[in-house]
Write a protein that binds this ligand. Sequence first.
Ligand SMILES: Cc1ncc(C[n+]2csc(CCOP(=O)(O)OP(=O)(O)O)c2C)c(N)n1
Length: 700
Amino acid sequence: MTVHSPEPTTVATPASARERLLRYAFMKLTRDFDSRFEALLLTGRVSKWYSEVGNEATTIPAGLALGAGDALCTLHRDLGAILAVYLDPARAFPGFGFGEPDGRRPEPGVLLHRLACQLLGKGEGFSQGVERSFHYGYLAPEHGILHVGMISHLGSMIPVAAGCAFAFRQSGSDRVAINFIGEGGTSTGDFHEGLNMAAVWKLPLILVIENNRYAFSTPARLQYAAARLSDRGSGYGVAAETVDGNDPDAMAEALRRAIERARAGEGPTLLEAMLGRMRGHSEGDDSLKVVPAEELAGYRAGDPVPAYARRLEEEGVMDGALRERLEQRIAEMVEAAISRAIDAPPPPDEVALRPVFAPAPPEREIREAPAVIAKRPAGETTYVDAIHQALLEEMERDESVVLMGQDIGVFEGAFRTTRGLHARWPERVLDTPIAESGTIGIAIGAALLGYRPVVEMQFADFISCGFNQLVNVAAKLYYRWQVPCPIVVRLPSGGGVGAGPFHSQNDEGWFAQTAGIKVVCPATVADALGLLKAAIRDPNPVMVFEHKFLYRRIKSALPEGDAEARIGEARVMRPGRHLTLIGYGASTWTCLEAAEELARSGVEAEVVDLRTLVPYDEETVLASVKRTGRALVVHEAPLTLGFGAEVAARLADAAFPWLDAPIRRVAYPDRPVPYAKNLEKMLLPDKAKVLAAAREVLAF
Ligand SMILES: Cc1ncc(C[n+]2csc(CCOP(=O)(O)OP(=O)(O)O)c2C)c(N)n1
C-alpha cells in the first residue's frame, strides 16, 4: 500500500491540547540545545556539529510515539527524538500538566548532563569520549530506553534497526523500532537490503526518511529519480506515505498509523517526511550555498519551531504567558546541563585502552545452563557433520540461538550443515534473501537485544558483501558502548576444490586486522564441534572459517561431554625439537604431512595448530619456537599481509635470541585462485612446498 496525496499531507489533528503542547515543549528544548551547540562550535569547545534545525517537527513526534521498551535508532539530525525518548515530561516540565512522573526514567537533569557530556567528548558522556556526537548507544532496558546510535556509514543502521524489530517479533512482544535516514542515505545498498528484509519478514520497523532535499551538497534530483521516495514502498511491498515533515501533528498521525500497523504484525512502514534544508551539512562548512537563496528563504519562513508556536497560540493551546513560562524552564534546563558539562572533566587516559571484547561469562554459568547434549553420532564423524552437531547442540541448549542464511531452511544449507534443524525449529532457522549485509545487520540488532544469531555465508567469499556490517558495526560495538554483540558468522572457505576465484578465498586476514572480531579456523573434527560451540557462547562477534576442503575429507570420533573448545588457545599437534611448523585450518594437515615426511629423514618437526587467529596464542607459539629455534608458517591465505606475516613479525620480535634461522612463510602467491585444477594445485601450499621451505630453514 502506498498512501500519498499529490502534495505532502497535512491532516487535521485529533491530538489533545496537552499532547500538542508537549510536542512544542520538546521542539523548543531541542532547538535551544542545538543552538547552544552551534555556538559552542564557534568557540572551539565542540569539534563538529550537525544541526537538527528544521527537523524537529519530524523527529519529536517519532520519539514521543514510542513507548517503554521500543527501540529508537537515530542518525545525526535526531536530537529531538532522543530527548523525547529520554526525558520524562512530568519531571522535565513540572507544572505544565504532563501527568505524573513515570518512575522509570532517570532524572532529566542527569540525562541532559550525560548527553551534553557525550556531545562534548567528556568522561561522563555515554561513551566516555571514545566517539563523537550521536554515535553512542544508550541501551537501558531497566529505564525502558533502547537507543541505538549510528555509525558514520549511512544506511548501515537500517538492517540493525530491522534486527531490533526482528528481536521484538521473535520474542512475541508488540514492541517496534523507529529508524531515521536522510534522502541521501536512501541510495545505499543497506537501505534496500534492510527494508527488503524487514518487508519479507514483516518486521515492526518504521523507517522515517528525513527528506531535506540535499545530501551535503547534492540535490535530491541527483540522488533518486522517483517522484517521491515513498513511491518505493510499493516496490518493497510496504506501506508508505509522504508527509509534511514540518507539521508535527501530521507526522504524529502518520506515525500513529505506522506504529499501529507494526504492533498489529502488519510489517514495516516507510515514511517520507518532506523538510527543507536550513543549515549546512555540518556547522562551519559552506555547503548551504548550494540551496538557492529564494528556496532557503522559503524554508526559513516556514521554520517549524516558531511556526508551531504561532499555530498553538492561534488555536488557543498556548497563550503568551504559558509560552514564556515553558520557554523559561527550557532555557534553564539547557543552560544548567551545558554549563555543567563544559566544566566536566575529560575522560581519563586509560579509557582509550578500554576492552574491545566483552568478557566471557563465568564458566559456571555455561556449565549450569540447560546442557542438553544431543546424542552424538557414534563412530567416526566428518568435519562437516561436527559443525552440524555443534549447531544442533547449541540450539537445544539455548533458545536465543537463531540461524540465518541463504537456503538453510527447508533445503538445509548448501553443505547440509543445517540438516533437520528447520524441521525442528522453523521459527529459529531462517532463510534469508541474498543480502549478506542486511542479514549481518539484522543479526547485530538481534544480538543487541539478547539473541545469539549464527549467520551462514553460503561461501566465505560472499562476506565481502557484508564487510561493513562486520568491521564497522559489529567489531566496534563493544569498544564504543561496552555492550556485547554475540554474533557468529560461519564461512565455508578455502581452496583445493576446483572452485575458482570466487568460491575459494581465505579472507580471514581482512578480519584479523580489525579489533573487536574474534577469528577461529578449526582444523580438526573436534574443533569443528568445539570451537563453533565456543563461538556461539562467546559474547562477541566471532568468525568461524570452516575449511571446506576438510568438510568430508577428515573423520574422527567426536569428543565426549560438553566439548566446548577454548577460543584463543593454540595446540601442539605433534611434538618435535628441530623446527616448528605453524598452520591453521587445512594448512595444519599440510604441516602434519610434511612433519611425517621429515621424520623419515630424522628431522623432528613440531606442528602447532593455531586454531584461533584472534585472540592469538602467542605463548604457545613462542614456547615452541624457543624450543626448536626455527619457524615456518604455512597458510593458504595470500602471502602479503597474510596472518603468517603477523606470526613472523611477533616471533622476530620476541624470539630473536632463540632463532637459529630466518622465519619463513609458505603461503598462497598474491593472486586470485584459478579454476583449472592443475593451475590451482600449482599455487596452493602443499607438502612439497612445505618440505622445500623446511629444508631451507633447517640448512641454516
Ligand atoms: C556510506 C557513506 N558515504 C558517505 C558519507 C559522507 N556523508 C556524511 S553525511 C552525507 C550526506 C547525507 O545526506 P542525507 O542522507 O540526505 O542526510 P542529511 O545530512 O541531509 O540530513 C555524506 C555524503 C557517509 N557518512 N556514509
